[in-house]
Write a protein that binds this ligand. Structure first.
Ligand code: PRP
Length: 207
């Protein structure tokens, strides 16, 4: 049995048709079902649908053999115990720092405050630039933080740029190009090598 962990939200909507193309069809609609484990028409494959941030953890500890998750989530997790197998080339976006439109330069001394759900990545980024940053963890709507004085900057995903624009924010630095990845548990890769290789091959053929 192979268990595949899928990240909820935008990724799910694009991954489900991809899995269907390679003959893995959930018996209940993953988008609407309240079931946490979804059987498929393939007796050897089942799906679990999780918050994106939990996917790497389930795969790391072998609770899922494979996971489909954004590179952002993988980088923030650190990738321990995971093998990255495939770039699915969907849900492409950028992890950026962003600031209010009128904020032309950073204060050259003192700390700045940064709001993000990517605490580790933000800390690494500002540290690498020699900027003292106090990073505040948020779980959503990062764009609001600079508008109400919670933070000077944000670190967040930008896809079309529409959310930044609507909130009078502008992109500053690129931290990473992001897309959706297939990852495997390192032990599952050894135990279920041929089944996983076969699934990866089929996915590659539809990419
Ligand atoms: C993401 C991200 C931005 C927005 C960027 O949020 O956090 O807010 O999309 O997209 P855009 O550049 O096309 O406007 P999402 O809607 O996925 O919700 P989230 O805040 O729960 O992550």
């Amino acid at each position: 049995m192979i268990t595949i962990a899928l990240a909820k939200g935008r990724i799910l909507k694009q991954v489900v048709p991809m899995l269907e193309q390679i003959g893995i069809r959930a018996l209940d609609d993953p988008d609407t079902s309240r079931k946490l484990i979804l059987q498929t028409d393939n007796d050897d494959v089942r799906l679990v649908v999780l918050r994106a941030t939990d996917v790497p953890t389930y795969v790391q500890f072998g609770a899922a053999d494979l996971g489909v998750v954004g590179k952002d989530g993988l980088m923030e997790h650190g990738g321990e115990g995971l093998c990255e197998l495939l770039d699915l080339n969907i849900a492409r976006c950028r992890l950026m720092t962003a600031v209010p439109n009128e904020q032309t330069a950073r204060a050259s001394n003192g700390r700045i405050r940064v709001a993000t759900k990517y605490v580790k990545l933000a800390q690494q980024h500002y540290q690498s630039k020699g900027i003292q940053a106090e990073v505040i963890k948020l779980y959503g709507s990062m764009e609001l933080a600079p508008l109400v004085g919670l933070a000077d900057e944000i670190v967040d995903l930008v896809e079309t740029g529409g959310t930044l624009k609507a909130n009078n924010l502008v992109e500053r630095e690129l931290i990473a190009e992001i897309s959706c990845r297939l990852v495997a548990n390192a032990a599952s890769m050894r135990r279920q090598h041929s089944a996983i290789r076969d699934l990866v091959g089929r996915l590659e053929s539809v990419l």
